[in-house]
Write a protein that binds this ligand. Structure first.
Ligand code: LMR
Length: 342
């Protein structure tokens, strides 16, 4: 797959170079012929995904509106940093923007973000907006400040499907399967509740682990499944729509506070427009990936009846109670209030 040939040595050299560069005012570059500000945006997925397209749109808007005075360098597909190190690289100022899945904030001490991972919590994207566009979404972002980070906005990929080498239509179908999951306690508990064994792996390692039989299956929206060519090593995709995958764009406080007001405003406005664009095209990207998958004819695609989804939903209900105990009544009450908004 298009994982960069960026060797370990190159990555090490980049780390050292980036640490030196971040000794400059973060995001600022020197040299008359260079843009005054260069923002380095790193992410782990392919270009033709909602996140990849959002990053490209952001780059185009910022460079056009600043007349090239502000440049955006996008590093897709984990070329520079992956799941394990992108957040640390951001905190160190080695990069300026990341957009991790909301499932990946628990690992930096913010388990409350894993409420987005609760299976069957959202019936549709309007339910997600009750959080991301409301007070709970902003409260979640306030927790990032403790990590020296600034949350700039949420956006969608879409609803996740289950894949393996057998149809996954009922809890019994998951028995004994090793299922790759993101670094999320809730998603691991979800797989355990279904009788599977969660295996936490970086996104960049997933395709290879499936091919090698290290894991039997995984979950993701179809756009990720397709762009990572998981269909070549997964014979069955079950359209469970059991959970949501979304993202938050995050920068570091030093950079954000160091910018001139006008530049911060230009960057933020461009980002909000890029995220709105991403939300508009995310559904289509997943639909197009599903069409391409059907045409590839490599993978059996299973739809589920409502009774089948109800059976899965019932099996994973204990995860909701377990998360409430893990993040406390305060967050749980806030989630309940957000979800019961008219
Ligand atoms: C995953 O790790 O499966 C996803 O979070 C990848 C992504 O960022 O869409």
């Amino acid at each position: 797959m298009p994982r960069s040939a960026y060797t370990h040595l190159q990555r090490r050299r980049h780390w050292l170079g980036a640490l030196a560069a971040s000794a400059l005012a973060p995001g600022l570059t020197r040299g008359a012929d260079q843009p005054e500000i260069t923002l380095r945006f790193s992410h782990v997925v392919a270009q033709e995904t909602p996140k990849g397209l959002a990053a490209s749109r952001f780059k185009a808007l910022v460079e056009q509106r600043s007349g090239g005075r502000i440049a955006v360098q996008v590093f897709p597909d984990g070329q520079l940093y992956g799941d394990r190190d992108e957040m640390q690289a951001l905190q160190l100022g080695a990069i300026d923007l990341v957009a991790p899945s909301l499932s990946k904030f628990g690992r930096i001490g913010l388990p409350e973000f894993e409420l987005f991972d609760l299976p069957f919590l959202f019936d549709d994207l309007s339910d997600v907006r009750r959080i991301t566009l409301g007070p709970l979404g902003q409260r979640l972002f306030r927790g990032l400040q403790r990590q020296g980070l600034v949350g700039l906005g949420y956006f969608d990929n879409g609803f996740k499907q289950m894949s393996a080498k057998r149809p996954l239509l009922a809890p019994a179908d998951f028995a004994g399967l090793r299922m790759r999951v993101q670094a999320s306690w809730v998603i691991a508990e979800q797989m355990r509740a279904l009788g599977a064994r969660p295996v936490t792996l970086a996104f960049s390692e997933t395709r290879q682990a499936l091919a090698a039989g290290v894991v039997d299956g995984t979950e993701n929206p179809v756009s990720n499944f397709w762009t990572q060519a998981m269909h070549q090593v997964q014979s069955d995709l079950s359209l469970t729509n059991h959970g949501y995958l979304g993202y938050a764009v995050v920068t570091n406080q030093r950079l954000w506070q160091h910018l001139r007001d006008a530049d911060r405003q230009l960057i933020n406005q461009a980002l909000q427009e890029a995220l709105s664009y991403a939300n508009q095209i995310a559904d289509r990207q997943n639909d197009l990936a599903l069409v391409a998958l059907r045409q590839a004819n490599t993978t059996r695609i299973h739809s589920l009846s409502e009774p089948q989804r109800a059976h899965l939903r019932q099996a994973v209900q204990p995860v909701h109670r377990a998360l409430a105990a893990r993040i406390g009544a305060n967050w749980t009450q806030a989630l309940h209030e957000a979800m019961s908004q008219g």
